[in-house]
Design a protein around this ligand. Sequence first.
Ligand SMILES: [Zn+2]
Ligand SMILES: [Zn+2]
Length: 375
Amino acid sequence: MAKRDYYEILGIDRNADQATIKKAYRNLAMQNHPDKNPEDDQAAEKMKSLNEAYAVLCDSRKRGLYDRYGHAGLEGYTPEDIFGGVDFGSLFREFGLGGFGFGFGDSIFEGFFGGRNSTGRGPRRGADLRYDLRVTLEEVAFGAEKTIELSKAEKCLACGGTGAQPDGLVDCRRCRATGQIVMEQRSGHSIIRQITVCEDCRGKGKIVKKACKECKGKGMIRKTKNIAVNIPAGADTGCSIRVEGEGEETDGFPGDLYIVLGVERHSLFERHGNDIYLQKEVSFTTATLGGQVDVPGLDGDLKLNVPEGTQTGAVFRIASEGIPCLDGHGKGDEYVVLKVVTPTNLSPREKAVLRDFETLQQTSGGDNHGEDRKG
Ligand SMILES: [Zn+2]
Ligand SMILES: [Zn+2]
């Protein structure tokens, strides 16, 4: 199914200002909010496209790309890039609505950094970790293998995480090794039972008498670990790579590690989605007479034919020399923006030639094809 136009979704003009965009979004969000349409199972989907349209159009950079290239202009953007700029939580509070309908997994970042899993019983999952990794444009253009050094807490191998020497663990007396304290209170005919975690052993049922020498009784050890990361070709800033089981370890399962990419600014190329833009200076004679020039590409120099009579600011597209699509299908293009350089520090002879040229132009009355016709 073709993606709908963002302006159409919000029912606004292409030149609508920010206030109009917000107002249109507010009205539609009020109408379509799933809290107000409990029987409509399409409501969440509608809300999602409204959020997406708003997130793009309220951001001048994303809107600019969308205006120029349509949905293709935002192809390289991850959901975090699209939605990340808008604080939907406070926006919805401003509208007096619940926080539903963030468009992608509700709040992707909340789950990232631990804390979420502490509500359930049983073995706790360790906190997820985030690692910000800077990569170059070349690395995301071709894909790369990188190794990161991560310092994190892991279960102490010497004591298996108990924190005690082999014979150093005794039953907790306070809870009789159950880890729980049960309190009963009689109230009339009923008995109120309250179960709390034993404070002495923190719910473990065992007390450390002789601490493990490796971890000094903590059961955990901070270790530096090298982790290999595969940067996929086509990745962009904000992309996160999940490495299962490399998060913090508590007494149960380890959390995951999220490697969040940040692509460094390139000295020559500017990236828009999967396309790259390059500014290239050409001499005044090449621009006037035409010719072939070398332009840098991601994978070495490329040839560009500059046609006769090219003006400064002219844009040329070199197909499929941009960033590959993340899904492996196709590549973006390279756009070359030409800048014609006016010659300086001319010798007297060069100046004389140019004056002759100027005279010729004036006498031919702008008819500069005279010579061609003669020959
Ligand atoms: Zn230990
Ligand atoms: Zn206890």
